[in-house]
Design a protein around this ligand. Structure first.
Ligand SMILES: [Zn+2]
Length: 212
């Protein structure tokens, strides 16, 4: 008669442990799914916020231009083999290299989201912006016409935000200035800035008299 409680215990205990283990596994799976979703959401938000306007992150690549980012690595200011960097104005490139070297000393790394562009790329970006913003007037606030400083090789779009924060603080020492208030990432070389600081930025590209 005293085997009954023992039997009972033997069958009941492992079953509860199994249930508990299944419960833990389920919690673990749900946690992993939540964390994965959160990471994807953050990465997506960062991308869409940083590149919402002037430059789709990989716009040039999507346009079927010869640039190849298939390695997945971001473009550096030292990648002169890539025409986006190689065709930049030499003064701008030198300033960027010097700044990037010094910033790296503080653990800040520059990425080139866009640099030199062809007229065709600029026209395509502008057409896309007209579609996105509904009118040429509004689009011009975010994407310059084919007279863009990018087409001239005199502008570069830098990321991520740690890099643009660094440039906002120290860029003028290298002659690197943000030229449009609404584009925190858009930098040009302004020689006078080294001595006098950066000039006041235009509100947006549509107010830049150099383009019209
Ligand atoms: Zn730009």
């Amino acid at each position: 008669m005293n085997t009954l409680p023992k039997q009972h215990r033997e069958t009941w205990l492992p079953a509860s442990r199994r249930r508990r283990r299944r419960g833990l596994l389920l919690v673990l799976i749900i946690a992993i799914a939540l964390v994965t979703t959160a990471i994807f959401a953050i990465v997506y938000l960062q991308h869409s916020l940083l590149n919402r306007s002037e430059t789709p992150a990989f716009g040039v690549e999507q346009g079927g231009e010869p640039q190849d980012f298939s390695g997945g690595s971001e473009l550096s200011v030292f990648d002169g083999d890539n025409p986006m960097v190689g065709n930049l104005d030499p003064e701008l490139r030198q300033a960027l290299e010097a700044a990037a070297n010094d910033a790296a000393g503080s653990g800040v790394h520059f990425e080139v989201n866009s640099g030199w562009r062809t007229v065709e790329e600029q026209e395509r970006l502008f057409a896309e912006a007209v579609e996105q913003y509904g009118s040429e007037r509004e689009a011009a606030r975010w994407v310059a016409p084919p007279t863009s400083m990018h087409v001239q090789g005199k502008a570069v779009d830098i990321g991520p935000m740690t890099a643009t924060d660094w440039l906002a603080q120290f860029g003028s020492d290298y002659g690197l200035c943000q030229t449009y208030s609404n584009e925190l990432w858009h930098y040009e070389f302004v020689a006078e800035a080294i001595d006098n600081g950066c000039p006041v930025a235009y509100a947006d590209a549509s107010e830049d008299p150099r383009l019209y």
